[in-house]
Design a binder for this molecule. Sequence first.
Ligand code: SF4
Length: 229
Amino acid sequence: MTRSKSGSGTTPRSPRWPPERIRVAAILRGLDRMYSEADCELHRDNPFQLLCATILSAQCTDERVNQVTPLLFAQFSTPAAMSMAPPLALEQLIHSTGFFRNKAKNLIGASRAIVERYGGQVPRTMAELCELPGVARKTANVVLGTAFGLAEGIVVDTHVQRLAQRLTLTRSSTPEKIEQDLMTVVPRERWILFAHQMIWHGRRRCFARRPDCEHCPLVPHCPSAFHAA
Ligand code: SF4
């Protein structure tokens, strides 16, 4: 395979590349051109803070989480401190992120497990992370990719799900199957950045309602252009 100078490894120069692979490569190049600096938009200083912020981001915007976490981390800055947090105080701090009772329970439970099982360090494997309260593949992928640079899977949130379907990178409807589909068509060295770029595109142009196809460079490669559901 001919590698591109940008390092994405997706420049289609071989005439033997199948059309779908060429299309996917074009989508990846388009995302690169728009969002080469894409990153997780949750504010954090370390893997533990990213884990907590990602737990809080369920059914909530990153902006809202970023409003809550400064005070939260000022009061409970480590897994040890968070594991001892009084539930009511924690619930008050995170109330505006929604589902606050469950999230408080998960923050305390995950912190306690990190202290008891991993010496206060956030674990670095998918299996270990997914055993923490409140953590499933999506959250584990965020932590592994963004905090540790480990590409074990692809983050599939609501934006990635919607865009993958519109771009027909998947015909599946569950996050688990969509992730598996994406892992087969996107080169592994792109998994982390790809998810960030898809989330950025979902927030900036390919909106759930009335996507801005008129200004989207992916139009030539998008079967849903101008008639997205
Ligand atoms: S062309 Fe429209 S539907 Fe397709 S990715 Fe761009 S904004 Fe989304």
